[in-house]
Design a protein around this ligand. Sequence first.
Ligand SMILES: [Cu+2]
Length: 501
Amino acid sequence: MTPQQPPFGAGSNRRDFMRNGFSSLALVCTFAAQSSLKGAEITRSTAPTSAGRRFKAATPFTPFSRDLPIPPTLSPVSTRQGVDVYAMDIQEGLTEILPGFETPIYGYEGIYPGPTIRARKGRPTIVRQTNKLSFDSNVHLHGGYVPSAHDGHPMDVILPGKSFDYTYPNDQDAAYLWYHDHAHGRTAHTLYYGLVGSYLLSDDREEELGLPTDPEFDIPLTIADHAFNKDGSFRYSENVDLGFRGDTILVNGAVSPRMAVKRRLYRLRLLNASNARSYTLKLGNGRTLLQVASDGGLLEQPVLRSTVLIHPAERIELLVDFRGFRPGSEIVLQNIDGESAGTRNVLRFDVERGGGAEEFKVPRGRMRTIEKLPAPNASRRWDLSLATASGVQWRIADRGYDPERIDVRPRLGTSELWQWHNPSNRIHPMHLHGMLFRIVERSSGVIHPADRSWKDTVGVLAGETVTVQPWFVPYTGRYVFHCHALEHGDKAMMLQLEVER
Ligand SMILES: [Cu+2]
């Protein structure tokens, strides 16, 4: 493991991070004091840093001390013949995550997470992305039915100083899509340093069901684990085998924030935007959560869950009815897999006094009918394994990524059975671009009811075999499928398919 360079190279015009001398001093004192602590909890890292060794007193890592930031919703710059045109700059930025410190990031519009796009089924969008970074970038709309040329294929990049108009047909059911950098070999770096944003596609059906779509009550929650250097910058160290693990959970770019909620129904859209960490989320008081959607949109019916497992790149939409809580209640969303306070505390809901009079309905029974897949016309087995012959590299079917090679050529409109076979001791969240699949079998047991709808990413557990059935629609062309543990996908756990007519 070697520490990575900070994102900004020499010659950039990065400002001094420490705007606030007092807070900065406090943090440095905290680090200095902590570095002399002995014993407890000092096991995972030797670099002096952040949450793993926090003080009892308030520090920048004290959970629930900041309000949940909500990324701004981007407005179109124009509308041409029913197509909304958006524009974004991919650029460096500074953001205040730890009070008094500015953390250098890469960001869409220079912010982390990037702005949210709210799109509507049947109404296409064009997103003009201008690369103001000093290296190649591109944008993948994760979960989108998008023509190959607009998918953000790892080899289709925007050169520094150039722009690309991504055209999104939005001809698919409502779903929580998200966009992120996909230039080959550096996604672990660029996503970690901030190139992530939400793309919320709505349709008539979800409105008929009464699901909240007002941005005040329909909240994207981008969850990612990070670590910090003393100067407040993100700390990253590459670990190709395990994938990166941070010691501090950020939600929408704030350390374990609090969210003031009214006594009414909220739609919480969870995105695991972590490099490689999976979470098992649970409400602190043991209340159940109602899941209504996953990667590919609505479930057939709502599913009550006591815990929610979410792997990198997956989305889970929950409805939480805060009328059931007393005013003044504080309910903590915890990651019960967390190994420390910094990775256990996710978010606290602070129920405000008053409210409770709003009318709304919680969907019960059938929300949608999942389309029937054509019978599979091929069966493939993809072994997921670690190769160590020339440095640590991950493989799919003993192959690493080769952009010149097409690994599978399915016909448009057909489906196949794909068996992800994972003899390794790591979780591999396997993702297919441009298309959706169903999970049809898990060797570890039954398929959870919340995983029976359309998916674009599935967490294949250590030792597990998961069979999925992708449907090769709606476009022909070249797409990739890969592990979304970003260090795995970068090196080089990715293959290529070409859907042919
Ligand atoms: Cu993997």
